[in-house]
Design a protein around this ligand. Sequence first.
Ligand code: GAL
Length: 948
Amino acid sequence: MAIALVHGQCADPADPTEPIPQDPIAMTSRFSPDCRVLVFRRVVLALCWLPVWALASPARGPGEAAPRERISIDGGWRFHLGDAPGSDWRLSYDVRPKVSGVDDAKAADTEPTAGVAVSDAGARVLKAWILPTGNAFIADPAKRYARPAGDPGARVPYVQAGFDDRSWQRVDLPHDWAIAGPFIEKGPGGGMGRLPTAGIGWYRRKLDIPRADAGRRIFLDVDGAMSYAEVWLNGHLVGGWPYGYASWRVDLTPYVVPGGVNQLAIRLDNPPDSSRWYPGAGLYRNVWLVVTDPVHVAHWGTTVTTPEVSPQRASVALRVAIDNDSSAPAEVSVASSVYPIDGHGVIDGQAVAHLAPASLNVPAHGQASVEGNTVVSHPRLWGPPPGQKPNRYVAVTTVSRDGRVVDRYQTRFGIRAIRFDPNRGLFVNGEHVPIRGVNRHDDLGALGTAFNLRAAQRQLEELQAMGCNALRMSHNPPAPELLELADRMGFLVMDEIFDCWYRQKNPLDFHLIFRDWHEQDLRAMLRRDRNHPSVFLWSVGNEVGEQYTGEAGAAVARELCDIVHQEDPTRPATASMNYAKSNMPFPAALDVISLNYQGEGIRDTPFFAGTKAIHTLPQYGAFHAKFPDKMILSSETASAFSTRGVYLFPVTDQISAPVRDGSGGDSAHQLVSAYGLYAVDFGSSPDKVFRALDQHPYVAGEFVWTGWDYLGEPTPYYSARSSYCGLIDLAGFPKDSYFLYQARWRPDLPMAHILPSWTWPDRVGKITPVHVFTSGDSGELFLNGRSLGRRVKGPFQYRLRWDEVRYEPGVLKVVTYKAGRVWATDEVRTAGAAAKLVVSPDRTVIRDDGRDLSFVTVRVEDARGTLVPDADNPLEFSVTGPGEIVATDNGDPRSFVPFPSHQRPAFNGLCLVIVRSIPGHPGPIVVRASGAGLQDGTATVSAEASAR
Ligand code: GAL
């Protein structure tokens, strides 16, 4: 199968297509007096995004409304937990099954079971009013929903403009109401992160809609709301969207009072027992007001493809859908120009191609599309580093009516050709690119799910430094800005929509609404994300229960893949399989074979003989033989566990072993050894995964489970709060395994990494195996200057092992070699007593926009500057100057210290402090760390004025 693609990012999700406001005073006229703070935030926000999002600004005369405005309304919300007394049951989306005794700690590969049917006959719920919100994403007009009569909830106090919400909490978005805790320490709940996500949350905010907006369309765009959102404006139920990971729009226009009071109220309802990981809670992504002419580019209404790509020329096809929300037909002219953009998304040069004006008749209350083609000569291609550069373009589309510009819309895209080769893997612009990917969950550690651009960028930077070139969005679409980052940094993305279909993994998970919403949710993701050059593959599901149901399950897979092909004929569709085998109906429905753990075998060692659960011999060969025309990749590998800085003895002499007490695990203390050899029962160590990949070179590559630790799913110890499977811990500190992947994924980077740490007063004379991860091919180990011998990596070996070393204090050093020459060295030394704190910000200059962050590492060192590897000193943090501590963490999955706390013990020598600027307040921020008996550490982060 060969598919040539060009993809762009539609301007809508993350892109103010309106010029960035330059004049804060003029801006205030858009807001009522009680919104002055918001005005400020709006300006600041717009400015801070300038380098990221600013593109060509359409010229406009004084007083003339821009054809399209996209206004951040993240500032100035009021928030309240719980419904108004007496109103709760009337506002539910639907009736839910009653559940009790949920097993929160079940293995991830437990077979999903049939969902429970609930009768809602006669129930007064709001579902019928919410369903019409998704109509634009239902292909068959006959299946769209009509809004019933009535105005449910209109009498509820929280939706009234006159309701006094001053006692509610002031919040700015993105907001995750659960992340501050406190942790729910006892009982089940480890699966969802032990944080108070469940329950009802209300958000209220006034909107300033000037009189001049009368006659324009006013939309509310929500990038993500967890979950079951219901929106009221001025007491009228407008609509809503249940799936918490979807981006969606409601049309406020019918309920807006231009020039009057406009009270927005949003109710969210997070079920318990609804997720296998921490879902977050609240309006956790950005929220926008979009104001347009009645005739305008439809929501996510542009599609860019390139049927042909070569170094000499690329053909670019642009389809533009225009909505006419007026009662008369509209004759419009649609023209577009293509410009190169730089790494920040800013136009960088003259137009390189034009799509000539095309006339289009758009029926009243209808939609029409126009498609045009052009050619870009000598295109600058988009491709993943290090071999290629992630170059991009923007198509600027102008819609005119009677000589007046009624809309201007920008679609960013990249030009690239991707080939899915069943025998050799993935090719991008002719270069073979092995997939060196990781899975990611949506949370940002101590910041929860509240999206923060810098925090997401930091995650991706650390992954890229490891050599990672691909991300799987497990198991839901990310914030739109994350895909913008992926485009900009050159990651390949497997974008995924669901973790379950009709069959449930948790009693109140998405299966409850799959029947009613799968089409809308899937089409919404595809339309939102299909122009991103980073997205190379769509996944319609992860380890769904329908793998087990033969033809019936395959039929659901086919239905979903058909939707993918309708919305995007240029990319393949897949679903990840941990159970379905090559001879079952399920994989035949998919374009690409995505295996979870099956490639290297699941519980295929004698250790598991006779036990229940999935047993599978290595499956790459069987799938390749059965589907010689389909590319195979591993969408989940490893799920190997470790606690950063923890080494447990004895160490297995196998290359992969399950975690058990006395073998990699310590259930009493909920610790897993960081040698990188121990995995979940159905998983494998990295070494075993690498061997399987190298023995089957037709496999396109892997996505490790996971790049970063995440909140929830703390297998194997469900009394903890966060996962053990990351190569990087929750605070962002690399674990040893990080370097095992770096050694493989960056073969040209001279590096060596030695483990374990070397301060073991109780182990003098005891066997303490030493392992080295290196991109070299051999190495010699020295203990206190004495050679302990030279080791060479044999075939299918990925680490150097000295398993017979007896501990003695001092210096342990490795000198590695590649092709006979010294390549890289590393050493660890025995630490003395903890003496001082060393504070190192990841960035010493941040913007004063109230969003930018510095991630500050605090190290506990001895007097000579050696990390004290088991230091757990209680520490305290403070800042002076125009900054605040948002959260702290130390990467310990067991810690129940709330994230906002300024006090936290070090964990194995390290701690993290997350510092944020104060909007509009430049200046030096001094970060201080102190601890009893330790010399304080300080560092200065300078907040600089954002460009005005
Ligand atoms: C997989 C599953 C992931 C995660 C992982 C944990 O089976 O797809 O979502 O649960 O196991 O090891």
